[in-house]
Design a protein around this ligand. Structure first.
Ligand SMILES: Nc1nc2c(c(=O)[nH]1)N=C([C@H](O)[C@H](O)COP(=O)(O)OP(=O)(O)OP(=O)(O)O)CN2
Length: 150
């Protein structure tokens, strides 16, 4: 029987986004208090073994989120507001900035995939045997997206 042990960390960020392709109220530039929950798994480790040290994982994850997203805006590359806002402060551009160059709009689903990639790179740097098995991104108290990897 293969056993897997996971650990989970959380981080929050205050970030605006705009989804003109969805229509309705999402065309307005608006902010959310986002939460990221990332689950990192060690495959077939010793049951007494530490999966990864929480501090190292959180420092790296918080740094990426805080430098790229926190108190900034997430916009799509095709957003007509981009030229106006690009030089006005922190703007993360979906459809352009890595690792979201293939994700055209900053939906909660795309944000979950972006943060899965970021967490995967960080976990891999800490220990190549780690995998990121679950990432949940919450944009409001009632809206969230999850990425599961197997
Ligand atoms: N599949 C998706 N649908 C929507 C997304 C998204 O990222 N993926 N995003 C939004 C908007 O960001 C919007 O802010 C949230 O929309 P909505 O839930 O409709 O609005 P409220 O937060 O005001 O929710 P209430 O339950 O009506 O209070 C929209 N859709």
């Amino acid at each position: 029987m293969t056993q897997q042990t996971s650990v989970q960390v959380r981080h929050n960020f205050e970030t605006a986004h705009r989804l003109p392709e969805l229509g309705g109220k999402c065309v307005n530039l608006h902010g959310h208090s986002w939460w990221l929950e990332a689950t990192v798994t060690a495959v077939a480790g010793d049951p007494g073994e530490v999966v990864c040290e929480f501090g190292a994982l959180k420092i790296a994850l918080r740094e990426w989120v805080d430098v790229h997203l926190d108190h900034g805006a997430m916009l799509g590359i095709a957003d007509p507001l981009l030229p106006t806002l690009a030089d006005a402060g922190r703007v993360f551009v979906f459809g352009k900035d890595e690792p979201a160059a293939d994700l055209p709009w900053p939906t909660v689903e795309a944000t979950a995939h972006l943060l899965t990639r970021v967490t995967t790179a960080i976990a891999s740097d800490l220990d190549p045997r780690l995998t990121v098995t679950h990432v949940r991104v919450t944009e409001t108290h009632v809206n969230a997206a999850e990425v599961h990897t197997t």
